[in-house]
Design a protein around this ligand. Structure first.
Ligand code: AMP
Length: 150
């Protein structure tokens, strides 16, 4: 893995959770030449990163302040919390926003009912259930099954 550049210029993106979504995002941003650091508490998860990944990996529980400091969160322009646990994502997102003044904070939430609450805290949320429902609705609308039944 290459060294992260621009660590002092707040151009870095920190991804929390190197799962299916986190690893994919990390690989995509790295391929675009962005400075990426990814955190996971399971070292084996980093195997999902591509061989061309040029960012930094930090192993540890992202709900611990010492792990976030190790990831140099104070120098991050963006934090994306995509672990498989809504509470973890919310907690890390709030720490990033409130304690470390990170400008762009995004959290994945599985539970759509929590989405609006966190928007009020200035945390952008991505809810797979809501996004999927919208996409499925779009696909149903562009297909001609409804016309057949009229
Ligand atoms: P997935 O279910 O594929 O989206 O993967 C979620 C990832 O989040 C897994 O690799 C987990 O090890 C990781 N994860 C879960 N909790 C934490 C945590 N507290 N700190 C860092 N990574 C975590």
């Amino acid at each position: 893995m290459g060294l992260l550049t621009n660590r002092k210029t707040k151009e870095n993106t920190i991804i929390i959770g190197c799962g299916r979504l986190g690893a994919n995002l990390a690989n995509t941003l790295s391929d675009k030449g962005r400075s990426v650091l990814i955190v996971d508490n399971d070292k084996g998860a980093f195997r999902k990163l591509s061989s061309s990944f040029g960012g930094i990996v930090v192993s540890g529980d992202a709900t611990e302040i010492k792990v976030l400091k190790e990831a140099q969160i104070e120098n991050a322009a963006a934090v994306v919390a995509v672990t498989n646990n809504d509470n973890t994502n919310i907690m890390v997102a709030q720490m990033a926003k409130e304690l470390f003044n990170v400008q762009h904070v995004i959290a994945r939430l599985y539970d759509p009912e929590r989405e609006c609450v966190y928007r009020e805290f200035g945390i952008d949320t991505i809810c797979p259930a809501v996004l999927s429902a919208k996409e499925i609705d779009k696909l149903l609308n562009i297909s001609d099954i409804w016309e057949d039944s009229i």
